[in-house]
Design a protein around this ligand. Sequence first.
Ligand code: HEC
Ligand code: HEC
Ligand code: HEC
Ligand code: HEC
Ligand code: HEC
Ligand code: HEC
Length: 444
Amino acid sequence: MKKVGNHNSISRKLFFSIALMLSISFTSFAQEAIPAVDAAAPDAAAPSQGADPVKGKELFSANCAACHKLDAKATGPMLRGIAAKYDASWLHKWVRNSSELIKSGDAQAVKVYEENNKAVMSAFPQLTDGDIDNIIAYTSEPKAEAPAAATATEAVPGTASSDSGVSNNIILGALSLVMLILVVMLFLVNKVLSKVAKANGIEVAPKTPTTPIWKAFARNQFLVLVSAVFLLLASAYFVYGFLMQIGVDQDYAPIQPIHYSHRIHAGSNGISCKYCHSSARVSKHSGIPSLNVCMNCHKSIGEVSDTTATPEYSKAFYDAEIQKLYKAVGWDATNQKYTGKTEPVKWIRIHNLPSFVYFNHSQHVNVAGIECQTCHGPVQEYEIQKQFAPLTMGWCINCHRKTEVKMEGNEYYTKIHEQLSKKYGVDKLTAAQMGGLECGKCHY
Ligand code: HEC
Ligand code: HEC
Ligand code: HEC
Ligand code: HEC
Ligand code: HEC
Ligand code: HEC
């Protein structure tokens, strides 16, 4: 009996020591995280005295942002910490008229010019020394994102930056390692203990044979009844679900290879549906835009603004999605050119009528003048595109019964209208009366 008590206390000790280990590793991670945030702050040179970084930011956005970014190369080099590289008077001359400085043979200027493939920077004769100092003050500000992201992670888990993603992974890894060690140790301890027990001649009590669980279960009629009812209900539910899915994929919203958000493009940025789905107007199909269309904008948009991030999707997440686009079209953002290495993006088709149905977009969008949203829902609010309408025959027919055909300004219809409205004795015609219920119109 004494030995058994011993057994318990050993495993309890083991448990406590592991708990201790865990809490130590947690606190050490927590401590590591704090200096990491601080470290992101410094390294840029101190701003020149008296200059105003806020005004500088405005000037930068208005004049320089087309070619320069603070932390990445664009058409021109990255500009954060530029004050540490050149003195103020050189920068004044350079920004006001860089070509002149290059022509004058200034060694630094010629070097920059040549390093950047002799691209020409615009001249800014209108900027005063004060203006340029303000811009320099702005470019000398420490990178603000890291601490912001770190505080955001505490508040909203979804906005985790990539940094905290890494430390989360480390913690997870450490945890599973600890679990593994725990299991192995328990196993070893058990083995050693039973060896010790054997050596000391102690009988380890054999397990008392019990009735197997399934036998006990079968003997209990109430339990059997309840489970039978449960099984019946569950299978009825699945059979019903299976029957209802045929032809109806309402709300189908697959995960696409690139997280492309209609909310951000068609909503916040107000891009017209037809800019991308240009064939909706003229053909049977709306089509999905080719990636060249995306690159019209994304050559110069490599990341989203801070305000675009939501609790659910962080800025880092969106930026990574744009990188996927770059990878697919083979765009090298650092050198601003195509690498020639492309890989197709396989968008998953969401809407899909059976092949025996004829549906024509231009007929509905152009001729009938129906808004995209009538059939596709508030697409400009969708973070993830989905199928809004049921796309059943009943759905098509209902709308044809209800919807009046737009006759005004459509010469093709004036004559038909006269004839048909006489036939039906009404002023207005619905799509149904125009023949919109004839099987052959929708079925091949
Ligand atoms: C039309 C594009 C364009 C605009 C606009 C522009 N730059 Fe430039 N900038 C360049 C290019 C290209 C270079 C590289 C040097 C070269 O090829 O002339 C450069 C280089 C520089 C450099 C030297 C950087 C280094 O690391 O050596 C500074 C500083 C600079 N620009 C500041 C500015 C400021 C400030 C503004 C806004 C007032 C501005 N630039 C607007 C294109 C531009
Ligand atoms: C910047 C380009 C762009 C704009 C603007 C745009 N879309 Fe899209 N649309 C796409 C891309 C890319 C896809 C495929 C990826 C997806 O399904 O999210 C798509 C998918 C769709 C689909 C689903 C297609 C399928 O697979 O069945 C519909 C419906 C749709 N868009 C409607 C609209 C409507 C309505 C608007 C205007 C409110 C609009 N789109 C604006 C690019 C665009
Ligand atoms: C009358 C309803 C209706 C209207 C209005 C409508 N659509 Fe559609 N749309 C559909 C149906 C139905 C499908 C499925 C077509 C298929 O599977 O052949 C579809 C499919 C699509 C697709 C998938 C690709 C394709 O062509 O099959 C896109 C993209 C799309 N619509 C965009 C738009 C845009 C953009 C507008 C507005 C300019 C619009 N739709 C207006 C009913 C409509
Ligand atoms: C008319 C300009 C324009 C076109 C065309 C365009 N985009 Fe964008 N896109 C933007 C802007 C602007 C942002 C950044 C929005 C912000 O910062 O608020 C953006 C952001 C994004 C993002 C990050 C946010 C998100 O939606 O997940 C992705 C990914 C993206 N675009 C992919 C695409 C793809 C794929 C296409 C082509 C089908 C495309 N874009 C076409 C302007 C465009
Ligand atoms: C939002 C209402 C609406 C929905 C939903 C709708 N339609 Fe229509 N449809 C119309 C209208 C309005 C017209 C008449 C257009 C015209 O010719 O002026 C029309 C015309 C047509 C025509 C041409 C009829 C003719 O007389 O030439 C066909 C074919 C058609 N629709 C097929 C479909 C199919 C297939 C669906 C379902 C997948 C569908 N429509 C869903 C409103 C709708
Ligand atoms: C306005 C367009 C429209 C008209 C008119 C129309 N249908 Fe349909 N029909 C559809 C669509 C869309 C589907 C596909 C529904 C689905 O996938 O759930 C369909 C599906 C069907 C199916 C297959 C059902 C199934 O579950 O596979 C049959 C059969 C059918 N239609 C017969 C008819 C007959 C007969 C008529 C004439 C009385 C007719 N349709 C008129 C649009 C139409």
